[in-house]
Structure formats: C-alpha cells, structure tokens
Design a protein around this ligand. Structure first.
Ligand SMILES: [Zn+2]
Length: 259
C-alpha cells in the first residue's frame, strides 16, 4: 500500500529525465538558447518544447530525410586521426539534422529571419580574404573570426585552400534535396571550391562513392578546435564544407579525454 502511494506521488510530478550525455552536450553547446530536456522533449529558454524523438536506431535514409533531434547523434563524430581515413558506408556524422531545431535556432531565411542576424568579419585579412558574414547567434561569427585569425597565421602554402573562400550565407536547399543547407542559417562556410571534392560529383564509373580529399589536416584541426565539424569526415563527403556543431565536437572529445 505504501509503495502504491509513493508510486502515485511520483507519477503526479513530471519525472526528471535520466541523464543523457548526448543531450547534456547539446544543451551545454547552446547555452544562450537551450535550457534542459525531459525524457521526451528538448526545452528551450523561451519555453518552447520540441519532441526529441525515439532513441531506437532507424534506417539511414529515414533519419536523413526525417531526422529527429535524437537522430542527430546517431553517428558519432570522429576527431582527427592522421592520416584521414575514408568513412564507412553511410557514416555521415553531423549530416543528419532535425530541420525544426535549426529553424528555431537560427531562423527561416525564406521568411527573412536570418539576414538580420548576420555579422561581418574579416576573412584572413593578412591575405586579402575580404569580409564575410556569418550568423551572430551562438557566437558563430565570433568563433569564425577566431578560426580566421589562426588560419591567417598558417604557412603560405596552405593559404590557397582558404582564399578566396566560397561562401557562408546562402538561402538554399542541399543539392538534389528539399532539406535546407546549414548555409541557409549562416552557420556553415565553404573554403576555396577549387580544392573541394563533393560526393555527388565524384562517383566512380560503377556509381560507387569514392572518397576524395585535398584539404590538409592542419586546416581541419583549426576549425574543429572552434566547434566546426568538417564535411570531409562524411561518407557523402563535402570536403570544403565546415559547419558549427560544437555538441558533436564536445562528445568526440569526451571519447578522447587526453585531448
Ligand atoms: Zn557548404
């Protein structure tokens, strides 16, 4: 009888969520906007609640096309190992994105909500990179300015990969999909397209995807240190693409405590 009463008492409160390292990393990565989570919802600082989705693993294409917030963590992001290794089939860490999450975080460019948040920064000023604009939300522009400062100090032979850069904000879907690119949120950057490799344009004669990359590791490491993941770590690779996903980098570091 007594247990029954305690059970009723517990049921009458909304139970706190069991700690989930992935969701902890998510909330910690976006302290200005995210507050907490329950077993089933992500709680934003403005009181908005979003479904986290099921923790059960789903087929890759289903996750890609209809990602839940939990799906964003289905494939762990690997930090630098030298030399780079071609990712296994469909190993696309960070490419699975819940669009509602990003729209809420950065605004909808199709409704004119992103432009007003863009902030200008100098891109490799010692090498004439000009000014670029990235979202100020989550301090992305500030972090990109730090990336630029470190890249600007790299040896001269590495600068050609970075100047001219190929764009940040662009209100467009990902090639051959309906899904918005992270460029549509002003939170992704493409470095010099001349040295980029993209899976769709790099299929072998058999149609199989053959991983290719020309971007040096030193460049990738600088972006990653500031919370930007690299598209060269995807099976469906996009080697000139970097996007701000500090939660994935933080989780990768937890797996490598000596970093
Ligand atoms: Zn890109």
């Amino acid at each position: 009888m007594r247990y029954c009463f305690i059970g009723l008492l517990l049921a009458s409160f909304s139970a706190p969520a069991l700690a989930d390292p992935k969701l902890d990393a998510l909330v910690a990565a976006y302290p200005d906007t995210l507050a907490s989570y329950t077993d089933s919802e992500l709680v934003w600082k403005d009181g908005t609640r979003m479904p986290l989705g099921s923790a059960v693993e789903r087929p890759f294409t289903e996750m890609l096309d209809h990602a839940t917030i939990r799906d964003q963590f289905a494939i762990p992001y690997p930090l630098a190992t030298a030399p780079f290794q071609p990712p296994g089939t469909n190993v696309d860490p960070g490419r699975i994105r819940n669009e509602a999450f990003f729209l809420k975080m950065y605004g909808d460019c199709r409704k004119g909500q992103v432009l007003s948040n863009l902030r200008e920064i100098a891109w490799l000023p010692r090498h004439g990179g000009g000014t670029v604009r990235a979202t100020a939300i989550n301090g992305v522009a500030d972090r990109l300015a730090k990336v630029s400062e470190e890249l600007d100090a790299l040896p001269a032979d590495l600068i050609r990969y970075l100047v001219p850069m190929s764009g940040i904000y662009n209100c467009r879907p990902i090639a051959q999909t309906n899904r918005l690119s992270v460029h549509a949120f002003g939170a992704a950057i493409d470095i010099n397209a001349k040295f980029g490799n993209y899976w769709l344009w790099s299929k072998g004669a058999s149609g199989a995807i053959v991983w290719r990359n020309q971007i040096p590791q030193k460049i990738v490491e600088i972006f990653e240190r500031h919370g930007f993941i690299w598209g060269g770590r995807w099976y469906h690779f996009d080697s000139l693409h970097f996007e701000y996903r500090p939660e994935l980098i933080a989780l990768a570091k937890q797996g490598r405590p000596n970093d």
